[in-house]
Write a protein that binds this ligand. Structure first.
Ligand code: NAD
Length: 517
């Protein structure tokens, strides 16, 4: 009971920072003004740990999306932000980073409330969001063009310019961080943004908009329109007035966005799913490999695009490794993200919990052996929360759907290999190519394997670290383009080539009428 009281008070404290109407509904952010949706509709936000409704949020409509696009167009075409000195834009982003840090404790709670992750994970996300805004504030003022040594009397160089109006659509697994990865580089480069958070987790993005306003981001430069993907998201993807669409989410939605974006040949960035191999050789440091195998799949309850969801394990030590892995997986403390000591929270929604349960049933039907987990986790006081036990399947075959498809939950599938070439073949046998890792004490082998992996994000003797400085994105069906680092900045700019004639005189290529060569 004591703990439930603590959760309720945390919840109230977190929500009071949102802009709300008289009934307490969180409003949407339309180019600088807080307002209800055009038809007054609202949607419930549900706490995944309790299944209780914790907030109602204005549900954006197609008309809201279209209005936001019109306002964004004007802000880009006629406004000050794209023309502003980069140092001035940087000042706003640095102020926003400071505000995120000042409110870190409450933002952390809001994030845990929205998507269920343990406070210590949410705390990391909030710190990382502040760092990301700082990184791009710094990058805004750095040189971006190139000069070319062309024959005299000409000179040639490039300038980078903002793309324009950017529609940004994000998922629910890292609500604040995914919004930040899109907004920070886009704003630093001088773009105008319309962000659509996930239906499940709009709260922290709305608060971020409020903090951006407080940081003196000019009105019109940002809108945050919560709403259904096929309504608000599709309106952004289809609009002829939007110049770029940046999306993080599933492959199926990414494909529909690509089709919709074809209308005006928008620039597109897609960060999609994964089924990433975590390759472990028998010569790896045993406890380090166990530790990161757990972290690779059970961090954020497996709801991570880059999760190490396929454990590609050397056969000769598989029994010993799996015995220890199961022992450790069964000891993971599953519970309410607000409770101290919780190591893995609930899944984000009932829909996601049901989806993961369907995959677990499918794994059994397909003939894989369930080594541990496979059921709803029992959590004191959390009967209605969306909890699933850390689950491991072995005796898999390459054609099983649990091996091929992204489950996006705490379900690890084991694939055994004999030698290095077989490990690489198994690792690359996927439609995805987001991430992958290798654990071995043989440095040359580690690098050989990494160079053969068809994946955009790789690790040696570790899993999951992400840096704002380094590019993030996938090969194959895991996406198009890269976020973060200078790559992420470039993805929000157009490159203009400028050629100058330093000897201002006619070229004489076409003769004067009557003149002879
Ligand atoms: P999703 O594709 O269902 O939804 C993502 C977003 O797209 C949501 O905001 C949703 O409202 C919107 N959307 C849905 N239909 C749309 C449409 N027709 N047009 C425009 N927008 C639409 O994905 P999800 O379930 O929210 O997230 C899980 C997926 O995201 C997983 O596949 C995961 O791998 C992927 N993901 C990838 C990364 C990465 O960096 N590669 C990061 C996080 C999540």
């Amino acid at each position: 009971m004591l703990q439930i009281d603590r959760v309720s008070s945390n919840r109230a404290a977190a929500l009071e920072h949102l802009e709300r109407d008289a009934e307490g509904t969180a409003l949407l952010f339309m180019a600088g003004t807080w307002q209800p949706s055009s038809d007054g509709a609202t949607r419930a936000c549900v706490d995944p740990a309790t299944a209780d409704e914790v907030a109602r949020v204005a549900e954006g409509t197609r008309a809201d999306a279209e209005r936001a696009i019109e306002l964004a167009r004007t802000a880009f075409d006629d406004g000050t932000w794209p023309q502003m000195a980069p140092a001035e834009r940087a000042r706003v982003l640095l102020a926003l980073a400071d505000l995120i840090e000042r409110h870190a404790a409450e933002l952390t709670k809001l994030e845990t409330l929205g998507c269920g992750k343990p406070l210590r994970e949410a705390e990391f996300d909030v710190a990382d969001a502040a760092a990301c805004f700082r990184y791009y504030a710094g990058l805004a003022t750095k040189p971006h063009g190139q000069t070319f040594d062309v024959p005299a009397p000409s000179m040639s160089f490039t300038v980078r310019e903002p793309i324009g109006v950017c529609g940004q659509i994000v998922p629910w697994n890292y609500p604040l961080l995914m919004a930040t990865w899109k907004l920070a580089p886009a704003l630093a480069a001088g773009n105008v943004c319309i962000l659509k958070p996930s239906e499940y987790t709009p709260l922290s993005a709305l608060w971020l908009a409020k903090l951006a306003q407080e940081a003196e981001l000019p009105n019109g430069v940002l809108s945050v329109i919560p709403g259904a993907g096929p309504v608000v998201g599709a309106a952004l993807a289809e609009s002829m007035l939007v110049d770029k669409i940046a999306f993080t989410g599933s492959v199926a939605t990414g494909q529909s966005i690509m089709r919709a974006a074809a209308g005006n040949v928008k620039k597109i960035s897609l960060e999609l799913g994964g089924k990433s191999p975590n390759i472990i050789f028998a010569d790896a440091d045993f406890q380090t490999a166990i530790d990161y195998a757990l972290f690779g799949i059970y961090a954020n309850a497996g709801q991570v695009c880059s999760a190490g969801s396929r454990l590609v394990l050397q056969r000769e030590f598989a029994d010993r490794f799996l015995t220890e892995l199961v022992r450790r997986a069964q000891a993971i403390s599953v519970g309410d993200g607000f409770h101290a000591g919780t190591e893995m929270g609930p899944l984000v929604s009932e829909t996601q919990r049901d989806r993961v349960e369907r995959y677990i049933a499918l794994g059994r039907e397909e003939g894989a052996t369930l080594l541990c987990g496979g059921s709803r986790a029992t959590v004191a006081g959390g009967d209605r929360g969306y909890y699933i036990e850390p689950t491991i399947f072995t005796d898999t075959t390459p054609d099983m759907r649990i091996v091929r498809e992204e489950i996006f939950g705490p379900v690890l599938v084991v694939q055994l290999f004999g030698d290095e070439s077989e490990a690489i073949r198994i690792a690359n046998d996927s439609a995805y190519g987001l991430a992958g890792a290798v654990f071995t004490n043989d440095a040359a082998r580690a690098h050989r394997v990494i160079r053969k992996l068809r994946a955009g994000i790789t690790w040696i003797n570790t899993y999951h670290p992400t840096y704002n400085e380094a590019p993030w994105g996938g090969y194959k069906q895991s996406g198009i383009g890269r976020e973060l680092g200078t790559y992420g900045y470039d993805a929000y700019t157009e490159v203009k080539q400028v050629n100058v004639n330093l000897a201002v005189e006619p070229s004489g290529w076409f003769r004067e009428p009557g003149a002879h060569r």
